[in-house]
Design a binder for this molecule. Sequence first.
Ligand code: G6P
Length: 368
Amino acid sequence: EQIKKGSYDHFMQKEIHEQPHSLTTTMRGRLKDSGVVLGGLKEHLKTLRRSRRVIFIGCGTSYNAALAARPFVEELTGIPVTMEVASDLLDRQGPIYREETAVFVSQSGETADTLLALEYALEKGALCVGVTNTVGSTLSRKTHCGIHINAGCEIGVASTKAYTSQIVVMAMIALAIGSDQLSTQPRRESIITGLSSLPSHVSEVLKLDAEMKELASSLIDSESLLVFGRGYNYATALEGALKVKEVALMHSEGMLAGEMKHGPLALVDENLPIIVIATRDSCFSKQKSVIQQLLSRKGRLIIMCSEGDISAVGPSASCRVIQVPEVADCLQPVINIIPLQLLAYHLTVLRGFDVDQPRNLAKSVTTQ
Ligand code: G6P
């Protein structure tokens, strides 16, 4: 086991730092100047394009990855996308129709809730697409078609490298579905360029490791941590908070910044740490106003912004700032989650908990 961890202390740490490589293998042979080549979808692209709706279905981190993909899948395909936590879809027996496409996202391909939702969608006659890291898994065998994320074996219970590879695969799926639309070609080309340079930007953001360790040491005794995001980075807020709660065993909630004034604002005081994701995209000015509102209530803020943007986000001297490299807006979630993965990792080690095998959790939940 020690050998497999190489120079790292834990699998989670190794898997976080592996991401420039895992993302490269995810994209290998699939990116071309003019578009993407996804052998696993080729025969179903026409049906996919005609879908009345795309339904993303998953659990935990895989659900969050699908949520991160939702905005750009809608943008590049023009198809409405709805989100389903697998267990909730089953509880409600939610409607699914044959003209729809259900995309199942699962690192292991063996999560019971996701597989039961798959059986349900197959019965309803929807086109079922799998996005998994596990070749030969039940998910990859039972779906009509799909894409392997090729992130390499993930051992830490908390999913890290699979999350970023899942987002990248869904970006490639969106590019493939939308590839017949002339009007969005320049946008598609810029995303493809962004994908090719993504691994090097991930290497850059990993240099924040020491800074995140220091931030973790300042949060070690906090009881709770909030993360505010919106747009492309709503999922980043949910996933960052999930990492902190599952491994560091600290209460943490990811929240939609647009909902702040409808409840969470009541929690704000000078003690509760709040991470606000305010990197550059079309929601930037709204996030700036969220920061101002939080500051006027004396919030204890940690602001994540694009490199060189400190003065533009206008924090007060009391704020901590995490600066991350700026990439294509829809790929920014891949970059932004990494400091939060590092934070959760260091927080766990400093609080003395088991990083790779958190209390009460399993890597793959194969029972309902
Ligand atoms: C468990 C794991 C999570 C994972 C979730 C979904 O809860 O602890 O890390 O995100 O299952 O797993 P899957 O293999 O379907 O992605």
